[in-house]
Design a protein around this ligand. Sequence first.
Ligand code: ADP
Length: 140
Amino acid sequence: MEKTIIILKPDAIRKGCVGLVLQRFEDAKFRIVGMKMMQLNEAVLREHYSHLTDKPFFCEIVDFMSSTPVVVVALEGVNAVEKVRKMVGPTDSTQAPKGTIRGDLGKDKNQNIVHASDSVESAEREMNRFFNAAELFVKG
Ligand code: ADP
């Protein structure tokens, strides 16, 4: 069993496909163990995307990710980190295969519907970044 974090980005909110994306994860046997709507600010985005703060497109990420509230979800399941990343697909939606969430619903490299933790270590960091212990409902 592993836990991972997904973020339904502003394009998912605008398109009204939050339910559709969550259904895919539930159909794949992942269990929601935490979920909340949040308005992300530049400070938390600098932390969350610290590997990208030097990139010329970083301000685009901040503008986009703070343009509406997002939905942050903690999922639990077998091999969750790797399986969820596979279901999400590669960063650039135009290159993402059909059948992946980004391939089916995303627009480009930035507006790609959903974030997913890229390792067990980042999942744990992100879990602590977005949730406190009382907001997570993991099985004992
Ligand atoms: P991923 O989300 O697939 O793990 P990265 O960690 O490389 O990918 O990038 C984080 C997010 O930053 C992407 O999901 C996307 O929203 C944005 N991003 C990445 N590369 C670009 C780019 N070249 N132009 C605009 N936005 C980008």
